[in-house]
Design a protein around this ligand. Structure first.
Ligand SMILES: Cc1cc2nc3c(=O)[nH]c(=O)nc-3n(C[C@H](O)[C@H](O)[C@H](O)COP(=O)(O)OP(=O)(O)OC[C@H]3O[C@@H](n4cnc5c(N)ncnc54)[C@H](O)[C@@H]3O)c2cc1C
Length: 380
């Protein structure tokens, strides 16, 4: 085994959006951390996902000093409906007393802003360095990476996924997401649509005068759907969404498998898992990165006052602080898929009533809007 080369108090595994955000948040607290990224540094800039960011995420990105470098489109109205059933609900920024319910931004734009800030702050970013394993020692934990052994006191995993062989709770929805952008006629520039269909939810996010499409479908149909000629995919999208919008063109498509997978606990001896590495969610409510940013924020706050960042008492404080938000978002997202994905006609009527109730009852709308904007921070 190779000799120890260098020592970082906190090692972040994964230099994607979440890893970089954490490194910046820690730096603001005066804490040095090093990032270990398996791929080339520029890989995060090629992420084609377009993300809905909550109002709370905007506040976190502002305080990290990167928001002004991210190009984004505000969401002022969210329109929720179900295919083949009554009821629809609208949430507006005006009613909630905020400038926007959220914002839509390309993951590549967020990555570029974070990457520039990481470079400016001179945070150590080791690219092409896959962390293979970790081993506990008497006073810390060793990281094994490309033949080197690196001693550290805390390993934070921001690796964007939970390996299939990890002990985790898993719910496979049998669905994939086909993503692309679309142009539509007479588009209101700031309206997001969430349409629940028996095949899975269809989300349309306003983005730079176009719509970012997340088209959920049964997993065995996704590749065929994604590879349809543009005109055929356009026709399928139009039928699937209905006549509220007229689609004009679509971009090439990409497929993402959808599964709910979460670790029962986001901490273990001298290790913390953040964001998708702790919980990988269905993107139905656009909550994965938003939840991850709240993980980042809380961890940086808790580590600020800690003499030993990997101490068991520090990590259990973090796990306790994140419990309510984590459980709430996992349950909310999973519940949406199960309730709205059930084809039972009685349930369809019940859902219609639920949507009508949401439309008629401002406090209910406000409760849901606040949860989507801030996570558990908005809970009474
Ligand atoms: C279709 C779809 C739509 C989505 N929409 C939304 C949305 O609207 N809103 C929202 O909030 N979220 C959304 N999400 C979730 C969001 O995309 C993710 O939460 C976010 O991109 C994850 O960022 P990350 O940094 O955790 O992971 P990644 O971007 O995957 O980065 C992880 C990094 O870790 C590196 N890595 C992995 N293993 C190692 C290792 N052993 N050693 C070193 N490096 C390693 C990888 O190379 C990678 O660069 C969506 C997800 C999908 C699939």
């Amino acid at each position: 085994m190779a000799e120890a080369l260098q020592s970082a108090d906190i090692a972040i595994v994964g230099g994607g959006l979440v890893g970089m955000a954490l490194a910046l948040a820690l730096r603001q607290q005066g804490i040095a951390a090093e990032i270990f990224e398996a791929r080339q540094r520029s890989s995060a800039l090629a992420d084609q996902r377009i993300l809905a960011l909550s109002h709370g995420s905007r506040q976190i990105l502002e305080s990290l000093g990167v928001w002004s470098a991210i190009s984004s489109t505000p969401i002022k109205t969210i329109h929720v409906s179900q295919q083949g059933g009554l009821g629809r609900a609208c949430m507006t920024a005006v009613e909630q007393g905020v400038p926007a319910l959220g914002h839509v931004a390309a993951a590549s734009s967020i990555a570029a802003a974070l990457d520039a800030a990481v470079a400016t702050a001179k945070i150590v970013y080791r690219e092409g360095r896959r962390v293979e394993q970790t081993h506990g020692t008497a006073s810390g934990i060793n990281l094994e990476c490309a033949g080197d052994v690196i001693p550290t006191r805390l390993v934070v995993y921001a690796e964007g996924a939970i390996a299939a062989d990890t002990a985790a709770v898993v719910r496979d929805y049998g669905q994939d997401a086909v993503i692309c952008t679309a142009r539509a006629e007479l588009l209101s520039p700031n309206v997001a649509y969430e349409r629940f269909t028996p095949q899975g939810p269809l989300a349309l996010l306003p983005y730079a005068g176009q719509l970012a499409v997340v088209y959920t479908c049964p997993a065995d149909q996704a590749v065929v759907l994604a590879n349809l000629p543009d005109a055929d995919f356009l026709a399928r999208l139009q039928t699937h969404f209905g006549s509220r919008l007229t689609f004009l063109s679509v971009s090439p498509r990409q497929v993402f498998p959808l599964v709910l997978r979460y670790r029962k606990s986001p901490v273990a001896t001298r290790c913390v898992w953040l964001g998708n590495a702790a919980q990988t969610l269905h993107p139905v409510a656009g909550q994965g990165f938003n939840l991850a940013l709240r993980d980042v924020w809380e961890l940086s706050r808790i580590l600020a006052g800690a003499a030993d960042p990997g101490a068991a008492s520090v990590l259990s404080r973090y796990a306790a602080a994140r419990r309510c938000d984590r459980r709430g978002v996992i349950g909310f997202t999973d519940g949406l898929i199960r309730v709205f994905g059930n084809p039972n006609p009685l349930l369809r009527h019940a859902r219609g009533l639920g949507l009508m109730a949401m439309d008629l009852l401002p406090p209910l709308r406000g409760f849901i809007a606040r949860r989507m904007m801030y996570g558990a921070r908005a809970w009474p």
